[in-house]
Design a protein around this ligand. Structure first.
Ligand code: MG
Length: 339
């Protein structure tokens, strides 16, 4: 199969601020794989948190090029493991390749990916809409703009958490989920904040403590009135057994897992360990978001809003109607380039 690589710049509607940094735009690598007249599309929404950059993704894709050139895309399952072995990490690059292979195969079969998986398109969840950290007035403005989304995810993990949450609750009584993005470093401080958040009707807390602090997180879980969900602590299925005692659930993102196939394996493993499952995302175009959305009938919660934060989305795919994920009725991932 032939591999084509390009990069695109995604402009954000608002400067995106979370506990560890900020951005006005994202520039990512995009791929097309072509074989026998069919094209599969892939996106690599890399994340500096995991040691990835535009250049490192590009380098990995070039490393994978000769393997892909010689491979039959229909034999994608073991090919995925072969690609994964080329270098450690670089999950976003691996996700782009996996996504493109799945897209190609589902198009060849003439079915949407969710149909191939045996899923019911009506069983998609309602997605939350994320409100990044900002000045209080700006956060309130973003919440008003998010009027059509019934569930909000508020980014915390700053010294202003209480002020932020009071301002949020002043203007909305919607379901609220909180993501601390590793921002609370002391377990007693974390417990105090979680107890206070429980009183504000928060549904759960994502990644309260820094990653790799599993013993402290387990201590917190025993006392926490709210479920704790792992995000930065979990990338692939390999990470799940060790954290199952410290968390009530996991946030799966295809850009962390290295693609849809690994995300599927993670869902099965998490279920067997009685963990709840959230399907999340990075800031991604409709391509990556739609790919993940095909798995959404399998999960408890969805946080697939990454493309709603972009001004110039280069793809058209899944649509969100009053928060409800609506998958495209087309073969493959059902994503159309609009550039
Ligand atoms: Mg998170």
């Amino acid at each position: 199969m032939k591999l084509k690589i390009s990069s695109k710049k995604l402009e954000l509607k608002h400067t995106w601020i979370i506990a560890r940094g900020s951005a006005d735009f994202k520039e990512y690598n995009y791929i097309e794989i072509e074989d026998a007249g069919t094209t599969g599309l892939g996106e690599a929404a890399h994340n500096g948190r995991y040691g990835e950059s535009l250049g490192s993704v590009r380098a990995f894709l070039e490393q994978a090029r000769p393997v892909l050139n010689d491979a039959n895309p229909a034999e994608f399952y073991n090919l995925g493991f072969e690609i994964a072995q080329l270098a450690p990490g670089q999950q976003a690059a691996k996700a782009a390749i996996d996504m493109a292979l799945i897209d190609w195969n589902a198009k060849k079969m003439g079915v949407p990916y969710y149909r191939w998986l045996g899923l019911c398109v009506q069983q998609t969840p309602v997605t939350s809409f994320s409100i990044g950290i900002d000045k209080i007035e700006v956060m309130q403005q973003k919440i008003l703009e998010a009027d059509s989304y019934p569930i909000l995810k508020i980014k915390l993990g700053t010294s202003d958490d209480e002020e932020i949450m009071r301002a949020v609750r002043e203007i909305t009584d919607k379901t609220i989920r909180v993501d601390a993005n590793e921002g609370w470093t002391d377990r007693h401080e974390a417990l105090e904040k979680i107890e206070w958040l429980a009183g504000l009707g928060v549904e759960f807390v994502e990644q309260p403590m820094p990653a790799d602090h599993l013993d402290e997180t387990a201590w917190l879980r025993q006392r926490s009135p709210l479920p704790l969900i792992a995000d930065e602590d979990v990338k692939t299925a390999n990470d799940i057994p060790a954290l199952a005692h410290a968390y009530d659930g996991i946030n799966i993102k295809i850009m962390k897992s290295g693609g849809l196939q690994e995300a599927w394996r993670m869902i099965q493993l998490a279920r067997s360990l009685n963990l709840k499952i959230m399907l999340g995302c990075m800031v991604e175009s409709a391509l990556g978001i739609t790919a993940a959305a095909h798995l959404s009938p399998l999960v408890n919660w969805a946080d697939l809003d990454g493309n709603l934060l972009i001004k110039n989305d280069p793809f058209h795919g899944m649509v969100v109607k009053k928060g409800k994920i609506t998958l495209p009725n087309a073969t493959g991932l059902g994503v159309q380039p609009i550039y």
